[in-house]
Design a protein around this ligand. Structure first.
Ligand SMILES: C[S@@+](CC[C@H](N)C(=O)[O-])C[C@H]1O[C@@H](n2cnc3c(N)ncnc32)[C@H](O)[C@@H]1O
Length: 212
């Protein structure tokens, strides 16, 4: 499924505000660090490497959280750019790998739950194309099944202690009629699949779910 590709809206700013206060971690940032130190941060879909002035990139924030590995995934080559030419590399002692894949395809192929360290799936700026969703059959036949499959795959590959970080949860269901699909919102769907919402940020943009 193709999601809306919104240019240059800095979802990363919300992650900065959620995790950092000046040079310190916020309570939410400290919580993430306690879970992810030595673990892996999976940025899916990662998009272009964009950050605002005086803010950290997603990778830099992951580094502040003490991760050992950083995986970035996007469906489109133009978003990944030169990172694809060197898809396995070490940056500032973090093992970074870059994959060109559809989110579902990426999750489906990986036996991610064999990893013994914790992981976070960071899903940011992912929103269905509203124009596409105006056609009811595109909701019923494409968007809704895709999102349910996404939640189920996240549950399948996650072990207890793994995180799903949403930025933001509401974006995932933009254009979908929640009166017809009341269980499509991730805040409703993820708890039915073993996730608990552990943290939300001040602006309620960034939500952290943990597999319990
Ligand atoms: C609005 S951008 C958000 C990028 C980034 N996560 C951020 O927070 O800025 C949406 C990204 O999703 C990617 N994308 C769209 N549909 C996708 C799919 N089915 N699988 C993987 N990536 C997809 C686009 O290429 C684009 O980079």
């Amino acid at each position: 499924m193709q999601f809306y590709i919104e240019p240059e809206v800095s979802w990363t700013s919300w992650l900065n505000k959620a995790c950092l206060s000046g040079n310190d971690l916020t309570e939410l940032g400290s919580f993430l660090k306690s879970k992810l130190k030595g673990g892996t941060f999976i940025d899916v879909p990662c998009g272009y490497e964009y950050k605002a002035e005086n803010e950290l990139s997603v990778f830099e924030i992951a580094k502040e959280l003490g991760v050992y590995g950083f995986i970035e995934v996007d469906k489109y080559e133009e978003a990944l750019g030169e990172r694809l030419n060197n898809s396995n590399r070490v940056v500032d002692e973090v093992r970074v790998s870059t994959h060109q894949a559809d989110i579902l395809e990426f999750l489906f192929k990986k036996e991610l739950n064999q990893d013994s360290t914790n992981r976070a799936f960071y899903i940011s700026g992912l929103q269905p194309d509203e124009e596409f969703c105006k056609e009811p059959s595109n909701q019923s036949d494409v968007a809704v099944p895709y999102l349910h499959a996404l939640y189920e795959e996240l549950a399948r590959v996650s072990k207890v202690g793994d995180l799903v970080i949403l930025n933001e949860a509401n974006a995932l269901v933009l254009g979908i009629d929640e009166n017809i699909y009341p269980d499509i919102h991730p805040s409703v769907a993820l708890p039915t699949l073993g996730f608990k919402c552990q943290r939300t940020c001040q602006y309620n943009k960034v939500q952290v779910f943990e597999k319990v």
